[in-house]
Design a protein. Sequence first.
Length: 115
Amino acid sequence: MREWQDIYTQLRQVVKELGLPINSEPAEYREIHTALLTGLLSHIGMKDADKQEFTGARNARFSIFPGSGLFKKPPKWTMVAELVETSRLWGRIAARIEPGVGGAGSAAPDQALIQ
């Protein structure tokens, strides 16, 4: 949580220094997911039809972490905030995405991102 607070503070400072306006209303989930998606292209995966695994960038194979709300019913496409390698490669903090909607890709609001 401390990292998020530090990033928030740093971003606010940069925005002020650049003279950009700060949002008067909070962003919607779709807007946040779309912004995250552009920076996490290597964390996108397409589900294999017959397995609980996803194929990501450079053919990396990962599974959604068991603690995620998407673990039991994984979507066709997902974006994960981090990839952690233990006994296998796990995608943590997962969100369902809809490729081709809204530009490069668009993330659908999903409880898994806010759990």
